[in-house]
Structure formats: structure tokens, C-alpha cells
Design a protein around this ligand. Structure first.
Ligand code: SAJ
Length: 420
């Protein structure tokens, strides 16, 4: 079977490689030539554990190939980005373009899968009318389904294979054919439903997490006002068999949790919790800004920020709350900033040349160091050295990540998000 994957990003590329590894002939299409060139040399331009080796293996075996023009195939999988517009609605332009590019090469018996996270009814209202331009009977001659990914960046390959999957067909035959297709590598259970249920399901999974994090962030902010340690509250409350409060932090980022809930909001007529949760999480960088103004009322300080990505141990900075924090600090304060991240790509870094390679150069002469992302590398910081380099030994831990007792022994003052 010949499968063409359109869009070779964080989801498309691993999916292509796994289908190829399962014995399919896979063609990968992307508008970015860099991606195609890298792929055809067995290389990747994103950071994801295990992916480069897998891609290299299947490219060498000739099972996966990058193409810059679509050709006939048995299956087309659309996994292009669905960014968010300024007005918080889904930008479906890439999905539309991808579907349109399939039309000239679409033939009887083809399967078309929308993997991109999309607002409810997108498969029916956007994909079907476009594919219908081929003159083929969609549903009878061409089979269409939404098959959303549910993988966690950093564990993509493992979760693509092991997680359960939901497949929403435009009719039962479509759902069944797409289920058979994914069964070649999915070891989890595959459930079939209709396309709009699958679309809502994907969005609601991330919304559930976002709303729960908002609750934790609201708890953190409330506890700070009352001198209660939110982290203790969470540990103790979670001993209740039906309570699972999430972790507070400097905000929610990534292209999933920070975006997907809006795709429900844009279709909602009633309801406000989802929107409020989004706004609560988006407000966390402002909360940190307020705290910094409280600590340094005259606005004179050098602040070092450790971690810029949207979560630990990955290179992804999309919707990172820390990038938003840096922007806020640049726009609203006179603080001198220095930034560090062992994973973030400096070339992509939109915030100027504030990022340095050495953590110890970053903390030199700082009045405050913010632990913003709990990367593994930060477990091994030499705090004795940091203590000598900083102007004032003050750390703002936004993740409850550092060992406060040993830092206090070294003379550090700690401000903890959710307590101070
Ligand atoms: N975060 C918190 N507190 C928490 C958990 C997370 O502040 O208790 C923050 C993180 O720091 C990060 C953001 O939330 O900024 C999102 O991180 P994440 O690890 O929760 O999720 P993602 O965005 O990397 O991946 C999510 C996953 N969805 C769910 O767990 C429901 C993944 O399974 C999805 O496939 C993915 O979105 C996606 O592609 O939609």
C-alpha cells in the first residue's frame, strides 16, 4: 500500500516513519524544502527522542521518501498545522490547501485521513466539499475519516504505537478502512465513531487538561495571597481517591493545550469555563511580571531566566509562556535580561540576542534567577558556583523543582510560585 503524508512536522514525520517501518511505502510531502532535503538524507530538523534513527533506517531501506509534488497513492494523510488566528479562531488554510492539492491525484478507492486537530465538523464541512470537486462519490468511492493523534512530545514514537486511538469516519465503511490502516502499527485499542465526535473528543482531551491546570494555577495565586503552600495542598488533596489537581506553573504552552480549547470556544453558543481557563493560564506570565515588580519596585535588576521552551526536555517553543514572559518584561520593565535554554534553538529565537550558551554566564551578576522550565539539565546545576556569580542570591522557582533546603544552606533566598 502506498501512503502519502502531507505535512512532515511533529506528528506527520513520526507517523510517516512508523508506517514505513510497518512495511508500507510512504511518501512524505511538505511545503518546506529544508524538511524534504533533510528527510531524503535520513535526517530530521526537529528534536524528538528516537525519531532520527527511525527516519534514517526507513529512508535507507527506501520505504520512506520525501517528495515535492503529489502523485497518485492509495492513502492521503493530512497532518498540517492548524494555527490559531489573532481572533482565537482556527486557521484552516493549510488544511484547505492540503485537501485541494489531493483533488487532482484522487482516484477511486482512495482513503483520505485528516489528522490535524480541527474544530468540530471540519471533516464534513471543509474536507468533503473540497474532495467532492474531484467528481468522485465521496463516501462510496473515496473514504474519509478524522484520526486525531494523541501523542505527548518527547514520547511521540512510543505513544503513537501504544496509545488507544479514535477514528471518526464520515460513514462506517470509512471508519473501518481507516481502522484497518492504523492497525498495522497501533498496539492500543482503536475505537470508531463519526467524524465530529472524533473531532470534539480530541479537543476535549486537551481542554480537560487545560481546565485542570487553570484550576491549579488559580489555587497557586490564591494560596500566595493567604500564605498557604499550594504544593502541600495539592499533595494532600490528591490523597483523596477522586481528586487529581494538576501542577501550577508559569503558564500553559505548546501547540495543543494553549490552542485547542479555543477551537471549541469558537463553535460555542453557551458556556464560559473553557474560555476562562484559557485566560487564567494565559495570565500566568502577567502574574510573574507583577511578582517581579513587587520584588524590584524601582525596576532596576538583572534577571536571569532558565528555560524557554513550553515544557521540559524538548526544543519546542510554540506558544511558550516563558517567551511571552520575556516579551512582557521587555515591553513593560527596565530589567536587564539574560536567558538560557539547553534545548531551544537560538536561530529561531525571536527575542534577540539575550540567550547565552553557558548557564554560568547567564547568572553572572544577576539579582534574581527564575527557574522557568524544569529541564533535566537543571538538576545538575552547580549552585555553589552560581552563588559566587550572582549579585544577589535570590531564586524564583516557578515549578517547585529545586531543593529549597540545600539552596538555603548555601545562603539562597527562595521565592516559590504558589506560596510566596
Ligand atoms: N502543564 C502545567 N501543569 C501540568 C501539566 C502541564 O502547567 O500539570 C503545562 C506544561 O508546562 C506545558 C503545557 O501544560 O506548558 C502542555 O504540556 P503537556 O505535557 O500537558 O501536553 P502537550 O501539549 O505536550 O501534549 C498534549 C497531550 N494532551 C493531553 O495530555 C490531554 C498529548 O497527549 C496530545 O497529543 C497533545 O497535547 C496534542 O498534540 O494535542
Amino acid at each position: 500500500m502506498k501512503i502519502t503524508i502531507i505535512g512532515l512536522g511533529y506528528i506527520g514525520l513520526p507517523t510517516a516513519a512508523i508506517f514505513a517501518k510497518s512495511g508500507m511505502t510512504v511518501l512524505g510531502y511538505d511545503i518546506n524544502e529544508k524538511v524534504i532535503n533533510a528527510l531524503n538524507q535520513g535526517k530530521i530538523i526537529i528534536e524528538e527522542p528516537g525519531l532520527e534513527d527511525l527516519v534514517n533506517e526507513v529512508v535507507e531501506e527506501g520505504k520512506l521518501k520525501g517528495i515535492s509534488k503529489l502523485e497518485e497513492a492509495d492513502v492521503f494523510i493530512i497532518s498540517v498545522p492548524t494555527p490559531i488566528n489573532k481572533d482565537k479562531t482556527a486557521n484552516m488554510d493549510y488544511v484547505r490547501k492540503a485537501a485541494e492539492s489531493i483533488v487532482p491525484v484522487l482516484r477511486k478507492g482512495n482513503i483520505v485521513v485528516l489528522e490535524s486537530t480541527s474544530p468540530p465538523e471540519s471533516t464534513e464541512k471543509i474536507i468533503l466539499p473540497i474532495l467532492g470537486k474531484s467528481g468522485l462519490d465521496i463516501g462510496e468511492e473515496v473514504f474519509v475519516a478524522h484520526s486525531p493523534e494523541r501523542v505527548l512530545p518527547g514520547k511521540i514514537i512510543q505513544e503513537l504505537i501504544e496509545s488507544d486511538r479514535i477514528i471518526g469516519g464520515i460513514n462506517e465503511k470509512s471508519a473501518q478502512l481507516v481502522k484497518d490502516l492504523y492497525s498495522v502499527f497501533v498496539k492500543g485499542e482503536i475505537f470508531t465513531t463519526d467524524s465530529k465526535t472524533a473531532e470534539m473528543c480530541k479537543l476535549m482531551e486537551n481542554t480537560y487538561r487545560d481546565v485542570n491546570i487553570a484550576l491549579a494555577n488559580e489555587l497557586a495565586v490564591t494560596c500566595e495571597e493567604m500564605g498557604i503552600n499550594a504544593w502541600d495542598v495539592i499533595t494532600l488533596a490528591n490523597r483523596h481517591p477522586r481528586v487529581n489537581i494538576h501542577q501550577p506553573g508559569p503558564g500553559v504552552g505548546g501547540h495543543c493545550l494553549a490552542v485547542d480549547p479555543w477551537f471549541i470556544v469558537e463553535r460555542q453558543i453557551k458556556g464560559n469555563i473553557i474560555k476562562l481557563a484559557r485566560e487564567t493560564n494565559d495570565n500566568m506570565p502577567n502574574h510573574i511580571l507583577d511578582k517581579l515588580k513587587e520584588i524590584f519596585p524601582d525596576g532596576n535588576a538583572k534577571i536571569s531566566i532558565l528555560g524557554l521552551t513550553y515544557k521540559p526536555n524538548i526544543d519546542d517553543m510554540r506558544e511558550s509562556p516563558i517567551v511571552n514572559l520575556v516579551k512582557l518584561l521587555k515591553e513593560n520593565t527596565r530589567f536587564t535580561l539574560s536567558l538560557h535554554d539547553p534545548h531551544a534553538c537560538k536561530e529561531n529565537f525571536e527575542l534577540g540576542n539575550l540567550m547565552l550558551d553557558s548557564l554560568y554566564d547567564v547568572v553572572k551578576d544577576a539579582d534574581l534567577m527564575i527557574l522557568a522550565v524544569n529541564h533535566n539539565e537543571y538538576k545538575n546545576i552547580d549552585f555553589k558556583k552560581v552563588a559566587k556569580l550572582m549579585k544577589d542570591k535570590h531564586i524564583y522557582d516557578t515549578r517547585n523543582f529545586l531543593d529549597e533546603a540545600s539552596l538555603k544552606d548555601l545562603g539562597f533566598k527562595i521565592t516559590l510560585l504558589g506560596r510566596d
